[in-house]
Design a protein around this ligand. Structure first.
Ligand SMILES: N[C@@H](CCC(=O)N[C@@H](CS)C(=O)NCC(=O)O)C(=O)O
Length: 218
């Protein structure tokens, strides 16, 4: 049996992407809450030993560390043959969405959310306009990528859906609006049996049981 330990925090969309993927894959995993708002040097020693930038998510698979949310999603899909990786086309689609998300929605949404959280402190003039302009284009392209849906991977969600969910779950907190197509995808995502709130995914050190759902792959 594979031992899975995920270090994360409920404010981290990157960590939520990985937690959702494990839940959809029907895997048992333990989560360890890391204080991402504290001085990095105060974080757990095992975490600091294994996460080179002291960032979440860190996924330990049988004691081997995996970092960078996109790379972790690909590892999960490939290792467990799930979430799109069951077919060549699905895996290719997953890779394309992951890299697009990291460069686009995964850039503008976390910063727009942080800007509101910090009431603009430390953000040079023009930053928000630039990020919002990027979001406007990203939300159009979201629709192109989604195609006929209902999920990015077709009838069932895959790693691409997990990646895009990471920060689109907080559009309101980022001060932007979803398009109608985004809204309907977000509703489908929220209704997945494996879905949990960030706080449910990352309570302090608790075993997160796999959801018994139609979405579970095994
Ligand atoms: N590119 C990384 C980004 C990870 C990241 O930015 N993690 C943030 C939380 S969302 C973090 O751990 N911040 C704490 C810090 O930098 O001290 C990924 O995709 O995993």
């Amino acid at each position: 049996m594979t031992e899975l330990v995920l270090y994360g925090h409920p404010d981290s969309g990157h960590a939520c992407k990985v937690a959702l993927a494990l839940a959809l894959a029907g895997k048992s995993f333990r989560t360890i809450w890391v204080d991402i708002w504290a001085d990095p040097s105060t974080r757990q020693a095992e975490f600091l030993r294994n996460s080179p930038f002291a960032e979440v998510p860190l996924l330990m698979i049988n004691d081997k560390p995996f970092v960078q949310s996109g790379a972790i999603l690909l590892e999960i899909a490939d290792r467990f043959n799930c979430l799109g990786a069951e077919t060549e086309d699905g895996l290719q689609k997953g890779r394309e969405i992951l890299l697009w998300e990291a460069n686009r929605l995964g850039l503008c949404l976390p910063w727009l959310r942080l800007e509101r959280r910090e009431s603009g402190q430390g953000f040079p003039g023009g930053t928000v306009d630039w990020l919002r302009a990027r979001y406007a284009l990203d939300s159009e392209r979201f629709e192109t990528f989604l195609g006929r849906g209902p999920f990015f991977h077709g009838d069932r969600p895959g790693i691409g859906d997990c990646a895009i969910w990471g920060y689109t779950q907080w559009l309101k907190e980022a001060g932007v609006k979803p398009t109608p197509v985004m809204e309907s995808w977000l509703t489908q995502m929220r209704n997945l049996n494996a879905m949990r709130t960030p706080g449910e995914f990352f309570p302090e050190s608790e075993i997160t049981k796999p959801a018994e759902t139609d979405n579970a792959i095994e």
